[in-house]
Design a protein around this ligand. Structure first.
Ligand SMILES: [Zn+2]
Length: 346
């Protein structure tokens, strides 16, 4: 007979198991929480190192994703890096990521279909590579989630800095010919909403080029990823992501690069990780632009995911996310005087 303590444990465990969020890509309810390497059926579910929330595995499409994380918490997380960066750390960060970023930029450059008018380069801490694309466009716009890199952009002639918030304005509907998104969709909640947003920002037949890492399940369980990674793709789940966007985008290219490259994969210089990962490279044409207003769609998804995911058990797991909301963003701003030699090979 079970003791009252183990009955309670079983009840709590059942609650945690049953409160899982459905898959954000394929909508399957067949999701399970990811447990730490070597553990099974206990309370050591893998807690996300950046947001302190459970990771879920979709058993249908193999997508692994953090449970509901509010987009404002993500913004706060990136804004907080301002206090951790100075000129030297940005340069150091750049050195560790240089190889993969140059390879990535070269792939994007090769796949831009001819000369383009307005190009948007949308990243987290990769703005240093934006100038490479000035050779293929008339006007180059940059969004960077990391404040230190935005500071850098403002010092550059030929780059126009935009804020994420500005892009929700109707003035930017159908504004861009090309959008390039390196290694970012894995860092934002609701990947489907992110892609739909890009469809709204692109002209009809404009192009979206993006790259996402492919992380093995074992590496996820071992915690080999940066603290801002929210979505972990497999080849299957990249297909599922694109499938979910067929109402807007025509797939022009999907290339899986299974040769693993090391990507420290973080904007936090002190938490660089050994992270060998493959990648998926995608080119989409905006056949049927998204005409829905930004806020309506996003609020709807937010509400839906709150209903599904933010149950009592999720709240228990997410309790430290609240800490981010009180993060001190008012510290004195750091002045950056950054001159980076990209060692261009283009
Ligand atoms: Zn799925």
């Amino acid at each position: 007979m079970l003791s009252s303590t183990s009955k309670f444990d079983t009840w709590i465990q059942q609650l945690i198991l049953e409160s899982g969020i459905s898959c954000q890509l394929c909508k399957s309810d067949s999701t399970v929480r990811v447990f730490s390497s070597g553990e099974f059926l206990n309370f050591n579910y893998l807690s996300h190192p950046g947001y302190g929330i459970c990771l879920n595995l979709c058993q249908n499409c193999e997508f692994v994703f953090a449970e509901f994380v509010n987009s404002e918490v993500v913004t706060t997380h990136f804004e907080a890096s301002r206090n951790n960066h100075n000129s030297d750390s940005i340069k150091k960060l750049h050195e560790t990521q240089n190889q993969i970023c140059l390879w990535q930029s070269e792939s994007f450059l090769k796949n831009i279909p001819g000369k383009t008018d307005r190009l948007l380069y949308y990243s987290a801490a990769r703005s240093l590579y934006a100038p490479i694309f000035s050779q293929v466009c008339d006007a180059l716009y940059v969004v960077d989630l990391v404040p230190s890199f935005r500071d850098w952009v403002t010092t550059q002639i030929g780059l126009t800095l935009l804020q994420e918030e500005q892009l929700k304005d109707k003035d930017y509907v159908g504004y861009f010919d090309t959008i390039i998104v390196p290694n970012l969709i894995n860092r934002l909640p609701f990947p489907n909403t992110v892609l739909s947003h890009f469809s709204r920002l692109l002209k009809r037949d404009g192009h979206l080029l993006f790259e996402v890492p492919i992380t093995s399940f074992e590496h996820i369980r071992e915690g080999k990823f940066g603290p801002e990674e929210l979505n972990f793709f497999s080849t299957n789940s990249i297909h599922q992501l694109i499938e979910g966007q067929k109402r807007h985008f025509h797939v022009e290219k999907l290339q899986i690069n299974s040769h693993a490259k090391n990507d420290p994969s973080t904007v936090w210089i002190e938490s660089q990780v050994d992270n060998p990962r493959a990648s998926g490279f995608v080119v989409l044409r905006n056949e049927t632009p998204n005409k829905a207003p930004y806020l309506d769609e996003y609020s709807h998804l937010d509400a839906e995911n709150i209903m599904r995911g933010l149950s009592l058990a999720s709240l228990m797991r997410a309790v430290n996310v609240g800490g981010w909301l009180g993060y001190d963003l008012k510290s004195e701003e750091i002045e950056h005087h950054i001159s980076v030699d990209l060692n261009k090979k283009f």
